[in-house]
Design a protein around this ligand. Structure first.
Ligand code: ADP
Ligand code: MG
Length: 286
């Protein structure tokens, strides 16, 4: 293949705010017929509003106060909005004496009265608190689970809608020959399935871990697989995929370091654009 064409492709991509780290990625992208998408922050906006607090063993204000105390120490995309909501409601947060973030699973705070507050995924709450932490969710609802010691305190329901160009991007990818598109997400199945349906994706792998995301993508081979993700939990799968595309609209992350293409604007439709650029580039190069 002619290197000049690949340089042209890389510069066309750069004009679209897509940094291609290596021209070879364009050649792989042009052959991609299978793609896997992360959900939170990739297909969804990842800037949620708190819409409702559902109490189980604590009051709504208490749940928010506890969750916000722990979320001050988390870098998860949902952490900031939860802290901001508690601040808006002028709640006084309990004093935190120790905090630990369990990347991708949640965050756990120890309070001055020695109670332990894990916040995050239900599987995480179940593991660290031994509390059953499941609750029915309506279509489109996304939840953050809060517990105190071994009590399942309640859930914070947030709205994390699809990005405005998500379903159009999936449709455009199908038009350009990406036949098989799956979702791999750390979120629970009801939330994942509802978002996937809105995006036009029918195959969903929910409650995945960074490692099981890798296993799922590897199992989609032998044809080259494109992975699209945004979070620290996507770093291993972005590196393992034949071509990893990171959405880094809000700044470089662990995901961008592991990807071969980085979208530097906060726009998922660049994924379809860069696939089109790869097709044009490879036609010229052959
Ligand atoms: P994806 O793999 O789709 O990007 P995540 O693995 O981030 O998604 O899963 C999203 C879910 O993670 C949220 O719905 C929430 O329940 C949970 N979660 C994990 N850590 C946190 C945290 N620190 N704060 C709030 N939610 C968290
Ligand atoms: Mg994500």
């Amino acid at each position: 293949a002619a290197p000049v064409a690949f340089m042209g492709g890389m510069s066309s991509a750069a004009k679209l705010n897509v940094i291609i780290k290596d021209g070879g990625a364009l050649e792989v992208l042009a052959r991609v017929r299978t793609a896997a998408f992360d959900k939170t922050g990739t297909l969804t906006q990842g800037r949620p509003d708190v819409v409702e607090i559902r109490p189980i063993t604590r009051s709504t204000d208490e749940i928010l106060r506890l969750a916000a105390a722990a979320e001050q120490y988390s870098v998860h995309v949902f952490a900031g909005p939860i802290v901001a909501h508690a601040v808006e409601k002028q709640l006084q947060l309990p004093q935190v004496t120790a905090a630990e973030e369990f990347a991708t699973n949640g965050v756990q705070a120890t309070l001055a009265d020695d109670s332990v507050v894990p916040v995050g995924k239900p599987a995480f709450i179940e593991e660290v608190a031994g509390a059953f932490a499941r609750t029915p969710l309506a279509a489109g609802e996304t939840a953050v689970y809060v517990s105190v010691d071994s009590d399942f305190a309640g859930v914070i329901v947030v709205s994390d809608p699809l990005r405005s160009h998500a379903s159009e991007t999936i449709a455009r990818l199908r038009e350009t020959g990406v036949e098989q598109i799956v979702m791999v997400t750390g979120d629970v199945a009801p939330t994942a399935e509802s978002i996937a349906a809105d995006a036009g994706i029918t195959t969903v792998h929910a409650e995945t871990t960074p490692q099981s995301k890798v296993d799922i993508v590897v199992a989609l081979r032998p044809r080259p697989v494109m992975m699209v993700g945004d979070g620290i939990n996507d770093a291993p799968v972005l590196a393992a995929a034949d071509v990893g595309v990171a959405i880094a609209g809000r700044g470089a992350t662990a995901a961008s370091e592991s990807a071969s293409a980085v979208i530097t604007s906060d726009d998922v439709s660049r994924v379809a654009d860069v696939v089109q650029v790869s097709h044009m580039t490879v036609k010229i190069a052959l």
